[in-house]
Write a new protein. Sequence first.
Length: 99
Amino acid sequence: MKLASGSAIRSRRAAYRQRHIGSIGLAQWSTRTAQLVPPIARQSLDDVARELRIHALGDLMCAAKTRAFRVRCWQLMRAEIMARADSQIKRMEREQGLM
């Protein structure tokens, strides 16, 4: 068996990290935590979990040390924001006095 050179190992590790940089497992955590948080004004469990994920991704994005991780956190956070329910958006607008 031939051992790989140090540069080959580093490049394989870098490729693995690049492929798996988007695997931030917040879905299960946010659902478990949402069950402990009291819902606000008939807010569904999914909406509470989504808001928890958005805040957690924002915190991760601000604390990220690499640009690639900041970009991935931003992409995931943007996807969560776009997936908000219409009732959630209307409730948030009402809270801000926009409706």
